[in-house]
Design a protein around this ligand. Sequence first.
Ligand SMILES: [Zn+2]
Length: 251
Amino acid sequence: MIKLSDYIKGNIDTEYGYSPIVLTFDDGNDNNIKVTGLDSNGDIIIDKNSAVGVLEEYKKKYPDYNVTAIFFVTGALFNQPEYNEKILKWLVNNGYEVGNHTKGHNDLRDTSASKTQEVIGYMYNKLEDILENKYSKILALPFGSPYVKSHANYQYVISGEYDGKKYESLGALRVGWEPEVSPFSKDFDATFLKRCRAYDNNGVDFDIEMVFKMLDKTRYISDGNVETIVTSSNKDVINSKITDKEIILYE
Ligand SMILES: [Zn+2]
């Protein structure tokens, strides 16, 4: 597992021979993280059956695997008012990321220009208030909407201003049906990223098994070096804007 912000920036430090994966969770429901109380140190106690509880158990069991995920929240944060701020701080201090899912889970096809900037800017400002610079400037579009970048509101997904503060999104996520390309690909667009759904439906309807099958021949396998890009494809598939990485080609 790697951080979404590292994927977007092309900082892939996955061990040689392994494939990176990014986990994302939307909406801040208590199946993402559920706090059952505070321990004697005042630290949150996490329900082992919530996603973070499962990931923390995994981390203990497999200490050589990197464990991380990003949680996209709305104005209700994790819907646990007495613990919300503690949860946010715990996540970023324990290797997880937190991103923007708009103030009210708004469908950005239907909002005015100023409302669009309000619901996005409000969340960036709220995360800034609680986490300072430790949150991720990435937006997960509620309902994956708008579905096209030509929509008039899309410019505000990428940048805008609310309450006297300007914001700029490093990336934006749609809803999922197929895996994204390498961040070094010419087809890569951080502001319009696809996701896969991690559900089980016997290998059909874009469930996780079908997604892995789709990746049979195109799966990204790390060369283990953050500074180099290795490919057997034509050099033309690589985004030439990545100038600081050495490109190694195999015929
Ligand atoms: Zn959502």
